[in-house]
Ligand binder design. Structure first.
Ligand SMILES: [Mg+2]
Length: 381
């Protein structure tokens, strides 16, 4: 296949097999790929969500089996009686994890759990995963065994089968990319876009612990780098560190909701932080969100550690991320069935003003929610 282009008024061709640039030094391709002088937009100007929007606009569905594409926790495909769910998450060394404190076993577990969490967020059950792995010779066979023992433990726990993948060499650190496939009955699938006015906003577990766990690990790393004789004191922070290193996907909640005959009206998992995910539910459902600070669940260990680090606990809960809890909305009619659930918290409600995404503070002040999320592109500034 040959692609014809006409840069600078001269015809050239690019073969997808061999790039032929007879009248150009080869660095010209590099120049075009990385340094387009005109109309260059920096990635951090549009951010991750802007980039996803931009890609999404360029593709339209060509197959009737593609029910829902980019823009939710997982894609939805028509598989006859059921819907098939597919999601991919990639974890990169130096961006998503630091091997100086992330044991490979935990990394393997987490890489599976975060994908299962996206299937859970569609109200589905995970069934299979494939794994793409890029490795350097820095890793021994035993190290890879440790990574896969974590993957195996997660497969057992979430009852998913590892059915394939690819392994390749990496010039810069470990990359692990997992694709998870799941299934859901057609009338039980839950999207981000289907919340209704006045629906109650629910969140599972507690928030901000994973972020505080990361702060503790980063601090201990600095202490260790300064004085390698010092042993890290993590016992006190065990809960927080565990939430960061070995998060769980809330499949238990998916099963419990099914047992109680409740189908959430919308759902998302909390990977980027509560505020960011609330904005997704609001934007996609064309509604506004209103939450109450006093109802946002924060564990006492998270609270105390945030204070110790001179951080505002509610900011950690709103913007910390990597909690992998479920954020969902229910019809007010279903509130009765869940009101005594020990691990589901009612934090607010949807409303019709799309311009008002707000939190009522403990002092009864109404403040706008800001979706900070993670802007990974900042790392390359
Ligand atoms: Mg998600």
């Amino acid at each position: 296949m040959i692609l014809y282009t006409k840069p600078l008024g001269k015809w050239r061709y690019y073969s997808l097999q061999v790039v032929l640039l007879p009248d150009e030094p080869t660095y010209r391709a590099t120049k075009q790929n990385y340094r387009m002088a005109e109309n260059r937009t920096e990635l951090n100007q549009i951010g991750e969500f802007g980039l996803i929007d931009r890609i999404q606009k360029q593709f339209s569905m060509q197959n009737p089996t593609s029910v829902l594409g980019i823009g939710d926790d997982a894609a939805i495909m028509d598989a006859g009686n059921d819907y098939l769910l597919v999601t991919t998450d990639m974890l990169l060394e130096g961006i998503h994890f630091d091997l100086s404190y992330m044991p490979l076993q935990h990394l393997g577990y987490k890489a599976v759990a975060v994908n299962v969490s996206d299937i859970a967020a569609m109200n589905g059950k995970p069934e299979q995963i494939t794994i793409g792995l890029a490795l350097s010779n820095r890793f021994s066979v035993e190290a890879i065994d440790a990574l896969y023992s974590g993957i195996h433990a997660a497969c057992e726990n979430y009852k998913v089968d590892l059915v394939g993948g690819d392994t390749t060499a990496s010039a810069s650190g470990l990359v692990i990319s997992i694709t998870a496939m799941g299934r859901v009955a057609k009338d039980k699938v839950v999207k981000r876009s289907t919340a209704k006015n006045n629906d109650i906003i629910c969140v599972t577990g507690d928030l901000g612990a994973s972020y505080m766990g990361l702060q503790v690990l980063e601090r201990e790393k600095q202490v260790f780098l300064t004085n390698p004789e010092m042993q890290p004191d993590l016992e006190k922070y065990e809960y927080l560190v565990g939430r960061q290193l070995k998060p769980e996907a809330r499949m238990d909640i998916v099963h419990e909701l099914a047992d109680k005959n409740i189908v959430p009206t919308s759902m998302i998992d909390i990977s980027d932080g509560l505020a960011s995910e609330l904005m997704h539910l609001g934007k996609n459902s064309n509604l506004g969100v209103k939450i109450f600070e006093e109802n946002v669940p924060i564990d006492s260990m998270t609270y105390e550690t945030a204070i110790e680090f001179k951080l505002d606990p509610i900011t950690c809960a709103l913007n910390g991320g990597e909690d992998y809890e479920l954020l969902f909305t229910i019809s007010p009619a279903d509130h009765e069935k869940l009101k005594n659930h020990p691990d589901i918290h009612f934090i607010g409600h949807m409303h019709s003003n799309t311009q008002q995404n707000v939190m009522v503070t403990k002092q009864q002040t109404v403040v706008p929610l800001k979706a900070q999320g993670w802007n990974h592109f900042k790392s390359f500034e």
